[in-house]
Design a protein around this ligand. Structure first.
Ligand code: CAA
Length: 292
């Protein structure tokens, strides 16, 4: 694959991850096309990015003219057809295999043949997503961590057909975005969630079995292992529904009972106690998502 200079990055999905990726790409000097099928979500993403950049100016970390230039590089687009001018596309829509494959089929039709299509999926098979396109060699995982503007890692996931050239271009892009890429093979959970989610699930088991209370468990990991957040607070931050969905993928994908989701995790999801986004999980949150 010949090396191309990437100028315009398309981002599909303007939720928490998509807007973070758009912000980071614009701050790194790329032109960004941000698409979401919901116009209200696109507007909300723009407001969020504006206030995030404004906070950086107030903290003296970003000169005012750079803030304005950065915002000027992000263009909201209502139709995926606008991605015909994109040089690289990153998808960050809902973590649902049916939605992802539909989006990839649309992107395959809208984008030029050489363009790489990356998915920010945290757990869905890249090989499966790639099979919805006519360019499986140019489909790759590009898994950013939340909050995107803060976290340095991008997990690059190689599907069955992903070419070495695609991996190299994607790693180069991650570096251009100021991130550190690590390459993982396309098996359930990749590296990040293969290791993180069983730890979170085990913390929920420790609570369920009464080994310790919520604060005891989180304090052990924060002060004993220097994790920035305890595993139960982190589960709330990620979303308990997302944690459960990833555990189900590990459980089904490996067929190994060591990955069985904790019944307490399942019960909390059934109750709608999903963590920060629902106002209640292992902790309680105010309307701004801050712990009470
Ligand atoms: N967007 C942008 N910047 C943010 C932010 C956000 N949502 N949240 C925090 N920040 C920035 C703050 O502005 C602050 O910046 P400065 O240092 O420049 O002032 C910095 O991050 C630290 O924030 P705070 O002082 O408010 O709070 P903190 O020190 O407690 O850090 C945290 C907050 C960065 C979230 C930290 O607790 C942390 O690193 N937690 C772990 C997060 C983690 O593990 N993420 C990965 C989750 S797994 C995943 O994403 C993938 C998956 O597949 C499930």
């Amino acid at each position: 694959m010949e090396r191309v200079t990437l100028r315009t990055i398309g981002v599909v999905g303007s939720g928490q991850m998509g807007r973070g990726i758009a912000q980071v790409a614009a701050q790194a000097g790329f032109d960004v096309l941000l698409h979401d099928q919901d116009p209200a979500a696109l507007g909300a993403a723009r407001t969020f990015i504006e206030s995030s950049l404004k906070r950086q100016v107030e903290k003296g970390k970003l000169p005012e003219p750079v803030r304005a230039e950065t915002l000027g590089r992000i263009r909201a687009v209502a139709e995926p057809g606008a991605f015909s001018t994109a040089d690289f596309v990153i998808e960050a829509v809902s973590e649902d295999p049916a939605i992802k494959t539909r989006v990839f089929a649309t992107l395959d039709a809208a984008c030029r043949t050489g363009v790489i299509l990356a998915s920010n999926t945290s757990s869905i098979s890249i090989t499966k997503i790639a099979s919805a396109t006519r360019r499986p060699d140019r489909v790759v995982g590009m898994h950013f961590m939340n909050p995107v503007p803060v976290m340095e890692l991008v997990e690059i996931v190689a599907g069955q057909a992903t070419s070495e050239g695609t991996l190299e271009t994607t790693r180069d892009l991650a570096k251009a975005l100021g991130r550190t890429p690590v390459t993982a093979q396309d098996y359930p959970g990749f590296i990040s969630n293969r290791v993180l989610m069983p730890m979170i699930n085990e913390a929920v088991y420790a609570l369920y079995e009464g080994v310790g209370g919520r604060d005891d468990i989180d304090t052990v990991l924060r002060l004993g292992m220097r994790h920035p957040m305890g595993p139960l607070a982190l589960a709330d931050f990620i979303g308990l529904d997302t944690c459960l969905a990833i555990m189900e993928i590990l459980h089904q994908g490996f067929g190994d009972p060591k990955y069985r989701p904790c019944p307490l995790l399942r019960r909390m999801v059934d109750a709608g106690h999903l963590g920060r986004k629902s106002g209640r999980g292992f902790y309680e949150y105010d309307a701004g998502g801050e712990p009470r």
